[in-house]
Design a protein around this ligand. Structure first.
Ligand code: HEC
Ligand code: HEC
Length: 297
């Protein structure tokens, strides 16, 4: 009994110390990053036309519009099946109560870059903010300006339906401490790298994940347990050895592979709402990045 009590106390102590550590770690990183971002927002104004293009770079529409159900643009409600339960994407139209109509640009930038809501709740990584976190503040402020022009929808999206303990949002504190990289930065002049690893969030599907849903390594080496249980092929330089730049450009525009097949599953949504809508120069930048040595882990 004594031994049991000893181990129980030890386990509790480790739990409390771990939680406190995660709390202070996350708080510290988050406030540093927040001040950096706020300093950058100063004096930036948003351009809705550019913002619409940023929405295409980020594939926001595919996740936040329930096309199958005839849902309105950005009104959310799209179910995302995961091993932890079903997420429903929120309504991100400018409706005050059901959407994000009351948000400031600053709050929007923080949600996208540090994964924290205006009332300081942590977001689930089913929202790919760990990729969006490197997006430029200009891109994000433009994106917000576009969202502000989209028709407001009064209907809120359903609540997530997750299994315990994943349903406890505050547990995301530990997830962030373990897996969220607050200091990831990106050279904005390296356009292909930026599009793939920032807004394009290709790694969110094409990288393997550990049991807690952390991206084990941001390599694009494939994932047998992708969204909705789908298997996602690797797209590293090695995996794409049979592809030319032109093959990739054509694939990203219309979804046809070098062997003449049309791609299916989630990749067809990525093509429809994202890579077919960006310009040729950006598709070329993505193709060049994928076939570069940087993409050879
Ligand atoms: C893979 C699907 C997916 C994609 C792609 C995606 N989102 Fe989301 N988004 C979600 C989910 C799921 C949530 C809810 C997260 C939570 O509850 O913690 C969310 C939450 C949000 C929120 C917070 C809303 C609120 O009410 O607190 C905003 C803002 C948002 N997304 C904007 C965007 C933008 C802008 C893009 C494109 C750059 C985007 N999302 C792309 C799935 C996605
Ligand atoms: C929502 C998940 C998801 C995202 C995000 C995603 N992909 Fe995919 N991708 C897939 C799936 C699933 C397949 C396999 C489709 C099939 O079986 O036809 C695929 C296939 C591909 C292929 C074909 C590989 C082959 O060997 O046939 C390429 C190239 C590709 N994706 C590139 C990208 C790029 C570049 C991005 C980022 C801009 C990206 N993908 C983002 C899910 C995704």
């Amino acid at each position: 009994m004594k031994v049991f009590r000893f181990f129980l106390c030890l386990a509790l102590l480790v739990g409390v110390v771990g939680w406190a550590y995660a709390y202070f770690y996350v708080k510290d990183r988050e406030s540093t990053r927040t001040s950096e971002l706020i300093a950058q927002i100063e004096g930036i104004s948003g351009d809705a036309t550019r913002g619409e293009y940023v929405a295409a770079m980020g594939g926001c529409i595919a996740c936040h519009t329930h096309v199958e159900n005839g849902g309105e643009l950005l009104a959310g409600g799209v179910p995302i099946e995961t091993p932890y339960g079903t997420f429903y994407s929120p309504n991100i139209t400018r409706h005050d109560a059901a959407g994000i109509g009351q948000w400031t640009s600053e709050e929007f930038v923080l949600a996208m870059s540090v994964g924290t809501s205006p009332n300081k709740q942590h977001y689930y990584p089913a929202f790919p903010y760990p990729s969006y976190s490197v997006m430029s503040v200009q891109d994000l402020v433009d994106l917000k300006a576009w969202i502000d022009t989209v028709e407001s929808v009064a209907e809120p999206a359903p609540e997530h339906d997750l299994t315990w303990p994943f349903s406890v949002r505050s547990g995301l504190l530990v997830w962030k401490a373990l897996f969220f990289d607050y200091s990831r930065t990106m050279d904005l002049n390296d356009r292909g790298n930026y599009l793939v690893n920032g807004p394009g969030h290709c790694a969110e599907c094409h990288s393997p994940r550990n049991l807690l849903g952390g991206l084990s390594a941001r390599s694009l080496s494939g994932n047998t347990r992708g969204p909705d249980g789908e298997s996602v092929p690797g797209i590293t330089l090695q995996d794409l050895s049979e592809w030319s730049i032109q093959d990739l450009e054509l694939f990203l525009e219309v979804g046809i592979t070098p062997s003449g097949d049309f791609t299916g599953g989630h990749m067809s949504d990525v093509i429809e709402y994202s890579t077919s809508l960006i310009n040729e120069a950006d598709r070329n930048a993505i193709a060049r990045y994928l076939l570069s040595e940087t993409n050879n882990p």
